[in-house]
Ligand binder design. Structure first.
Ligand code: BG6
Length: 492
């Protein structure tokens, strides 16, 4: 049987931004570490006409900052081949097939094939179909796997149509839907922290947790991506995928074993018990925003490629509720946006305060007990902190909150594999743990579609927040209404 170290990767969108910024550097790391080496080849395709040499130059350029040994860099690039390809032209697929068969023999790849589609989403289905009908899939003992980038549809209906198209050629366990947040070190750490520690998992429910907050903040605006972003908005771009995945990892029950099928089963169960809002609840529990100008920075509606009357949201905050035994009554608050105060991702788990504060008698001088808060710092800092109440060192008996913090040092963070390195390695190993399964994607869309439906019929009051803030005031009011506040506030 061929092994995971043998494989042909066929990449659709080989001259694109993702390929040069993320995929080639990730493959080079795998190559350096020996996870792929002599039994590896990549066929790059796009509409552009390029020779193998020019393609290798492009690959070499994209890894130049990571090359420490020139020969290793050029050996790596020598595994790359290029074929100009029009995905709508059936005849082109036989050229791909012949090249794949030739490289299979040359590098002894055992028939293992990964088809990686990183191009305009309207072609995803066509490519997957034609790979099968034109016999580009290998027919021997090796594997055929499909890697698919976002966006996976723009609502439930289109996602289902896409999934049906993919399913005609690939089984669910052959499809790897990329969500790069699932490749992040600290997102993967959620499961380690929860299921590896009695002190957390025993309390991980509505009896002890008051609320959970997830923040994915970005400092940059829409930059050069207006064409895509203005048709998407923050709800589709960040909530439907990244945030819903994080929510499911935080909310799921303990999987039977730490393996993809068991983990996916629990994530789906969690998402299925997420309350899908009716119109009135969607309107009250979700807030949208669009950035204004702060003088120095342009408002969203004046960014290049954005229509002057655009109603696309660049910020979302929301309250999610589960109808299940573990979480009933404990809200998950989420927020994400562009042009916010800083670029960071964090999860704050706010525990309930002790039922009785025995220290709170007036002559004592103690401040009221704080809630214990577990913070998972995802990026840019990686680590955890937990706030506990302890005695201070004054002469009386007074309590104060103390922060127990573990932050990874820069060296460790630098050594941590980047998401695409991990995820491509997982594809080669056939491990679907850190990919979104179809039922997860489907349930996430069903939830998000309801919010979208309400927003599409109501005129927003945009723009409504200034760059450098944490979004519109309504995002704070969302929690204030429940007598709560965001753990992360500006100027902390
Ligand atoms: C992408 C979105 O999925 O994630 C972008 O399309 C966003 O709009 C990006 O900027 C954020 O990812 P990260 O890893 O920089 O937090």
């Amino acid at each position: 049987m061929p092994t995971e170290r043998q494989s042909l990767i066929m990449l659709f969108g080989a001259t694109g931004d993702l390929a040069t910024r993320k995929l080639y550097p990730a493959l080079f790391q795998l190559y350096k570490k020996g996870n792929i080496r002599s039994h590896f080849a990549l066929i790059g395709t796009s509409r552009q006409k390029l020779t193998d040499e020019k393609f290798r130059d492009l690959v070499s350029k994209s890894i130049e900052n990571d090359v420490t040994d020139k020969k290793q860099g050029s050996d790596f690039a020598s595994h790359f081949y290029y074929i100009a390809h029009d995905v709508t032209n059936l005849a082109h697929y036989s050229v791909l097939k012949d090249k794949a068969d030739e490289l299979d023999k040359k590098y002894k790849l055992g028939g293992n094939r990964v088809f990686y589609i990183s191009m305009a989403p309207n072609f995803f289905g066509t490519v997957a179909k034609d790979l099968k009908t034109q016999h580009v899939l290998s027919e021997g003992p090796g594997f055929n796997r499909l890697v698919i980038e976002k966006p996976f549809g723009r609502d439930y209906e289109s996602a289902k149509a896409l999934n049906d198209a993919l399913s005609a050629s690939f089984e669910e366990n052959q499809i790897f839907r990329i969500d790069h947040y699932l490749g992040k070190e600290m997102i993967q750490n959620i499961e380690a922290v929860r299921f590896g520690n009695t002190i957390f998992e025993a309390l991980w429910n509505n009896r002890y947790i008051d609320n959970i907050q997830i923040t994915l903040a970005e400092k940059l605006g829409v930059e050069e991506r207006a064409g895509y972003y203005d048709n998407s908005g923050a709800l589709r771009d960040m909530v439907q995928n990244h945030i819903m995945q994080i929510v499911s990892l935080l909310a799921m029950e303990q999987p039977v074993a730490f393996k993809d099928t068991d983990i996916r089963a629990e994530k789906v169960k969690a998402l299925r018990s997420l309350r899908v809002y009716n119109v009135a609840d969607a309107a009250t529990n979700f807030v949208r925003g669009q950035y204004a100008s702060n003088g120095a920075e342009k408002e969203y509606r004046r960014e290049d490629g954005v229509p002057a009357d655009s109603n696309t949201e660049t910020f979302v905050a929301g309250k999610l509720l589960f109808d299940n035994y573990r979480w009933s009554g404990t809200p998950f608050y989420i927020r994400t946006g562009k042009k916010l105060a800083d670029k960071f991702t964090r999860v704050d788990v706010v525990f309930k305060k002790p039922l009785v504060d025995i220290f709170a008698f007036p002559q004592n001088g103690s401040t009221p007990l704080n809630a214990n808060v577990l913070t998972i710092y995802v990026e840019p800092t990686q680590g955890f902190s937990i706030v506990v109440n302890a005695k201070n060192n004054a002469s009386g008996f007074q309590t104060e909150p103390v922060n127990l913090t573990y932050l990874e040092d820069a060296k460790r963070t630098k050594e941590t594999p980047q998401p695409y390195e991990r995820l491509i390695h997982d594809v080669l190993k056939g491990d679907g743990t850190n990919f979104a399964s179809w039922p997860e994607v489907a349930n996430a869309w069903k939830f998000v579609d309801q919010i979208r439906r309400v927003w599409d019929i109501q005129q927003p009051m945009f723009p409504n927040y200034i760059p450098g803030s944490m979004g519109p005031v309504a995002a704070d009011e969302l929690l204030a209404r429940d007598h709560r506040e965001w753990v992360y506030k500006l100027n902390q």
